[in-house]
Design a protein around this ligand. Structure first.
Ligand SMILES: Cc1cc2nc3c(=O)[nH]c(=O)nc-3n(C[C@H](O)[C@H](O)[C@H](O)COP(=O)(O)OP(=O)(O)OC[C@H]3O[C@@H](n4cnc5c(N)ncnc54)[C@H](O)[C@@H]3O)c2cc1C
Length: 499
């Protein structure tokens, strides 16, 4: 056993100078040095304590596993944790957190690693809590339209579980993310214009705090549709990006699967015409389920990637949900509005398979953008502005892209004023990387100047901490720091993120 552990610690040291266990242990025991026997003795004790909680196969020190858990889908560099643990229940999460707390080891929760802001990187080393083994749907209450899930359940897994119940969970970030990862980043996606984001759809959370304490943000087992009881702790943890606690259960709102659904694609002569149509559709009270904008560069990339042949001009992908009669009405109003704005005839997708193909093309936008430059990496910007400012910010952003010779197709959840430039770049060209960085900062500041936010749905993660301060101001950041210090006084939860 000792031999195996020492072998591991040598490999760990090569990749990551063993920052967490070394520096954290050093805080309490001053005389430890990297290679000292005493230090590896601490490692040995920690690992064996972890193994006694979640079994030998619930603890991994292997390089490949650590690297897999040290990165997400963003361009941020891989920062592997020292150890990855795979708890099977909340009691194990709590016991593991207590060990980390005792040894001052950072804790980094991991869902499915589809995040786009570097949220899972172990900036100070530490222990990654991979929650994928906690993947049970626990309590379904069809008559109350709610369900409670463990953190490793993904949105697609939940929707296949619900298939025969007539219910579904609509928040859809495209990727098959874990539902607690989605809560942790306050994710949304294409359906948010009608069904809201994770903020509106989480009713209760079970959370393990840094010291192992287990709390229920709305009270144990409670699941009312609304409450005005006390502070809204649920929404404090939604969007906290693993910096306040580990989400181990989420109670979510469900919706009836609509009687009918129909999707359509419509092209426009200009960005302004597409956005004007969106605003007018919403002003008319059409309860549109999805209204997604793709600029000319994005639709061209989607055409190439999915062998489609939509006109290369600003485009809206739309979806309507409701009864047959209500669909007729929604579609008639929307068609009239788009025609008045110079939109093309609708290309319809009615049956499930055709609709699936259409939305797959939209969800593949990320990969379609990457295919524009094989071998490139993509970075997705994510700003959100009040709807009326959308045409101006998109036009200015496209001019900025051209001026700086950057490739950044635009796709947006336009009904929410939220859009992304999928920046395609050569990660080995420092000059281009710097140009992209400057561009993304300008874009975020443009959104702030238009009363918007530097992130509509991907979160702050690693790269947007300075922008958060500009957005909410130093006093609000101070309040956030105070909350963090109360819940996590040793700063163990996902250090280096958000604040
Ligand atoms: C192709 C593509 C398209 C995407 N489109 C969208 C989109 O349209 N809308 C959108 O919102 N997002 C989108 N995303 C981003 C991503 O899917 C979301 O951020 C998602 O919510 C991340 O979930 P995850 O389980 O993968 O979390 P991870 O990437 O594993 O983690 C993200 C953050 O949450 C924390 N975390 C994870 N699980 C927990 C937990 N149980 N408790 C506490 N903290 C936790 C992590 O520490 C980290 O800080 C897209 C990603 C890709 C790759």
């Amino acid at each position: 056993m000792t031999h195996v552990l020492l072998g591991h610690s040598r490999r760990l040291y090569q990749v990551n100078p063993f920052t967490s266990i070394l520096t954290q242990c050093c805080k309490s025991k001053k005389d430890y040095s990297v290679k000292s026997g005493a230090q590896s003795g601490v490692l040995e004790r920690v690992v064996s304590a972890f193994r006694s909680v979640c079994g030998d196969d619930g603890v991994s020190l292997g390089l490949a596993v650590r690297e897999q858990h040290g990165r997400d889908e963003s361009v941020h560099k891989c920062r592997p944790p020292d150890i990855v643990v795979f708890p099977r229940c909340v009691e194990e999460v709590s016991a593991l957190a207590k060990i980390c707390h005792h040894h001052r080891l950072p804790i980094i929760p991991f869902g499915t690693g589809t995040g786009l802001e570097g949220g899972v990187g172990a900036m100070k080393g530490g222990v990654c809590f991979s929650l994928r083994k906690m993947d049970r749907v626990l309590d379904l209450h069809p008559e109350d339209f709610d369900v409670t899930v463990e953190p490793g359940v993904t949105r697609k897994a939940l929707n296949s579980y619900l298939r025969d119940t007539g219910l579904w969970f609509p928040v859809d970030p495209g990727a098959d993310a874990s539902l607690c990862g989605m809560a942790a980043t306050s994710a949304s996606g294409t359906n948010a214009v009608r069904y809201g984001t994770m903020r509106e759809n989480v009713l209760n959370l079970e959370v393990v705090l840094a010291d192992g304490t287990v709390i229920h943000t709305a009270g144990k087992g409670r699941r009312p549709r609304k409450t005005s009881a006390g502070y809204n702790l649920t929404n404090l943890f939604v969007g906290s990006e693993g910096t306040l606690g580990i989400l181990t259960k989420a109670t979510l709102r469900l919706y009836g699967i609509p009687e009918s659904m129909v999707s359509a694609v419509c092209s426009f002569p200009s960005v302004q015409a597409a956005v004007d149509s969106t605003v007018q559709v919403l002003q008319c009270g059409v309860p549109i389920a999805r209204i997604e904008f793709l600029d000319d560069v994005m639709i061209d990339a989607c055409n190439r990637f999915n062998s489609l042949s939509y006109p290369v001009s600003p485009t809206l992908f739309l979806e309507f949900h409701g009864s047959e009669r209500s669909l007729e009405e929604q579609v008639a109003i929307t068609e009239e509005i788009t025609k008045e704005n110079g939109g093309s005839d609708f290309a319809w997708a009615q049956d499930e398979e055709t609709r699936g193909r259409l939305w797959k093309a939209r969800h593949d936008a990320w990969y379609a953008a990457l295919a524009l430059r094989p071998g490139s990496k993509a970075y997705s910007t994510d700003v959100c502005v009040p709807l009326s400012r959308l045409p101006q910010i998109i036009v200015e952003t496209k001019e900025d892209l051209v001026r700086n010779k950057l490739t950044g197709p635009i796709a947006g959840h336009v009904g929410d004023g939220n859009f992304h430039c999928l920046m395609v770049m050569d990660p080995n060209d420092p000059e281009e990387v710097e140009r992209v960085h400057q561009f993304t900062e300008r874009l975020a500041r443009r959104a702030l100047a238009m009363d918007g936010t530097c992130t509509g749905e991907h979160g702050i993660g690693l790269g947007k901490r300075a922008l958060l301060r500009e957005e909410v101001g130093p006093l609000a950041v101070e309040v956030m720091q105070g909350l963090k210090a109360t819940l996590d006084p040793k700063n163990l939860m996902n250090p280096g993120k958000v604040l």
